[in-house]
Design a protein around this ligand. Sequence first.
Ligand code: FE2
Ligand code: FE2
Length: 171
Amino acid sequence: MLTKKVETALNKQVEMEGYASNYYLSAASWCDSKGLAGCAGFLYGHADEERMHMMKLFTYINDAGGHALAPNIKQPPLKFKNLKELFESVLEHELAVTKSINNLVDLCMGEKDHSSYNFLQWYVAEQHEEEKLFRTILDKINLLGPDDSRGLYWIDRELAGIQPESGSEPK
Ligand SMILES: [Fe+2]
Ligand SMILES: [Fe+2]
């Protein structure tokens, strides 16, 4: 059974994952409009992953006797200066998600909610993977320079080859 505090915080996280999904959707669309089909495909895939993160939380809240609330999601940024700025803002958002997950884990510990604590460990591991992934992508962009069109072409091809991890599927 969830305490009111944990239930509210989990619903806040639902909103954050929903926002993340829309953020990636927006980033994907921007890439699409710039002819970066590989980046767009990668980011569309990531939007789906974030939706899964949201649904996994949603189901958990209801299974644990709480009430999952369909989130009120604000509009994400629609335009980006360049690919480097896009991935920097994506990483920044992932870092904010990690912080939020960590706070949630702290709260569950304080509330002695071992079930939610255990459930959230999946998100702790997932955030580690996501931070690593986006740091790697940014490293590559920085190596080539954001304004080099041949570099952009290469990065676009690189990202086209990255498939969503099967480990990211909710169980
Ligand atoms: Fe997520
Ligand atoms: Fe994420």
